[in-house]
Ligand binder design. Structure first.
Ligand code: E4P
Length: 215
């Protein structure tokens, strides 16, 4: 499983990218709204830093508007992925982009059938939202696992991005259940490094080094 970072904050992207673990970036209108910079400028900055897929979401609700916005976004850089909502209009736009060779990420996936529809419309990625399902007492991870089984069973090449990640356990479970990618907020990425025995081990090694006989 690969890591994307789920943020539009450039400092967070730069820091996580420096760790050598980031294969892509996802943004959404809520994440972009937190940043005090024009959307296209931020996308340009991100695409210059990160080689992999950078998802940029359309705002239009009709296919024609999505296609227009998506083409403008895709023109920013070759690694832009156009993020489209899971609606009939979104899938219309998705199938047009598939024919044009523009990568797409169909977002707001909450059922296996939605994922299958998006895949058949030619989506490069589908994004099931684990955390938001967990928030309403449903099991987000079962959804990832069901989609993964269906895609394997039918030899579907669309990649599964586990989205709406809330904690480190989501990461382990998403990897175990067949997600290709986990798009992860910066705070969760940082938590993945932590283990008390790592800290204790470093302290013990340093203490032993300081106390060595021949200095
Ligand atoms: C990423 O593609 C999604 O937009 C994001 O993970 C949603 O996360 P949230 O449910 O925490 O808003």
């Amino acid at each position: 499983m690969k890591f994307f970072i789920d943020t539009a904050n450039f400092e967070e992207i730069k820091e996580a990218h420096s760790w050598g673990i980031i294969s892509g970036v996802t943004t959404n209108p809520s994440l972009v709204a937190k940043e005090d910079v024009p959307f296209h400028d931020r996308l340009r900055e991100i695409t210059e830093l990160v080689d992999g897929s950078v998802s940029a979401e359309v705002i239009a609700l009709d296919a024609e508007g999505m296609i227009k916005e998506g083409r403008e976004l895709a023109a920013i850089a070759p690694n832009i992925t156009v993020k489209l909502p899971m609606t009939p209009e979104g899938l219309k736009a998705c199938s047009v982009f598939a024919k044009e060779g523009i990568k797409t990420n169909v977002t707001l996936i909450f059922s296996a059938n939605q994922a299958l529809l998006a895949a058949r419309a030619g989506a490069t990625y589908v994004s099931p939202f684990l955390g938001r399902l967990d928030d309403i007492g449903q099991d987000g991870m079962t959804l990832v696992s069901t989609i993964a089984d269906i895609f394997v069973h039918h030899n579907i090449k669309t990649e599964i991005i586990a989205a709406s990640i809330r904690n480190p356990l989501h990461i382990t479970d998403a990897a175990l259940h067949g997600a290709h990618i986990a798009t992860t907020p910066f705070n969760v990425l940082k938590q993945l490094f932590n283990h008390p025995l790592t800290d204790k081990g470093i302290e013990a090694f340093l203490a032993d080094w300081e106390g060595r006989k021949s200095k």
